[in-house]
Design a protein. Structure first.
Length: 347
């Protein structure tokens, strides 16, 4: 009975801790970060005017605005971020995100190679597409070789395999035991090489236009050159976005005490935004205090420029404060003690 008590207490404690930590140790990651460059204009002298942003063609609402850059493959997303959450001061600052359009992102799919030895070799070399999967039949040394490929497949890799096997069985009128799976994998076909895009030129031209149209004030020519010079895909997202710190523009993770996040994909939702006439006043950013972050959703664009509407994928970014972990641990211990008394009375 004694061992049973200890086991029960251990299970309750572990369950409590795991439940709490799973809730706490959640963070953000968006695969579009590797195809984006993002800079937060948190320099103390910088001011911004949303009214002028709308006048030069940006569309959106709720402090998220978007338009195509000078390169038709890249969109610019402008949003407001809290400097308190970043530990970089008070108030809000403009965030500019230069992101490869969704239609130029790598196409992902499944590829399978199947080999049939004991089937009729009367079949000719041909290609056929059925239910989103393309099959290429050919003969090799008197046997049949089938290559199956599908892009943007809605199911899993195992579901793809099952669909292909079922098709081959009915197509060749054979048993599944006669089919050998030679290869089965997920593939990615690049549409555009991000390195072929002149990120520095795009960023420089956009900043110059924003300054020229009084959307941004207080940003020097040297700032524009420094921000543009380091522009490259991958410097985006909470940890890697570029910020102003100690007189330089550097990735956030290189600042003195960044509030970094552990990242994993935790799900996405879609929000449709239409243009609004709500105007924001000229805002001044100051850089003094630091506080604990409470992060808000970060916008990621999937734009249809023809309709004039912008759709954003949103991933929540959740910090991992040590105090929360400690609190959960203490609560877990207390609940374990309570569980021990309960088990003691029952067993």
């Amino acid at each position: 009975m004694g061992k049973l008590k200890y086991i029960a207490v251990f299970m309750v404690a572990m369950f409590t801790l795991m439940l709490g930590l799973v809730h706490t140790i959640s963070a953000c990651y968006n695969p579009l970060d590797q195809y984006s460059y993002e800079v937060v204009l948190n320099k103390p002298e910088v001011k911004f005017n949303i009214e002028n942003l709308i006048k030069i063609g940006y569309k959106g609402s709720d402090n998220i605005y978007i338009r195509q850059s000078v390169d038709p493959r890249v969109n610019v997303i402008v949003s407001l971020v809290s400097l308190d959450e970043l530990g970089l001061g008070n108030g809000k600052a403009l965030s500019l995100r230069f992101q490869l359009k969704s239609e130029y992102l790598p196409v992902r799919g499944f590829l399978g190679i199947f080999y049939v030895k004991s089937a009729s070799t009367a079949i000719t070399v041909h290609t056929v597409t059925e239910n989103g999967v393309t099959y290429v039949f050919s003969k090799i040394n008197g046997c049949i070789n089938i290559v199956a490929i599908a892009f943007n497949y809605k199911g899993s890799l195992s579901e793809f395999e099952g669909q292909v096997l079922d098709y081959i069985v009915h197509k060749l009128k054979i048993n599944e035991e006669n089919i050998e799976v030679s290869s089965l994998s997920e593939i990615s076909v690049p549409i555009v090489d991000p390195k072929s895009i002149e990120w520095s030129t795009i960023v420089r031209e956009e900043l110059k236009e924003l300054i020229g149209n009084n959307v941004i004030e207080g940003l020097d020519v040297s700032d524009v050159e420094e921000i543009s010079k380091i522009a490259k895909p991958g410097l985006a997202g909470w940890n890697s976005r570029v910020v102003y710190y100690n007189g330089s523009w550097i990735p956030y993770y290189e600042t003195g005490s960044p509030m970094l996040l552990r990242c994993s994909l935790i799900g996405e939702t879609t929000v449709t935004i239409t243009p609004t006439t709500t105007l924001k006043p000229l805002t001044t950013v100051t850089s003094t205090a630091t506080t604990k972050p409470t992060l808000a959703p970060t916008p990621f664009e999937m734009l249809s420029s023809k309709t004039g509407q912008a759709t954003y994928e949103v991933s929540k970014e959740v910090p991992l404060p040590l105090m929360k972990v400690a609190t959960i641990f203490i609560v877990g211990v207390l609940l374990s003690v309570v569980a021990w008394f309960i088990v003691r009375r029952i067993v």
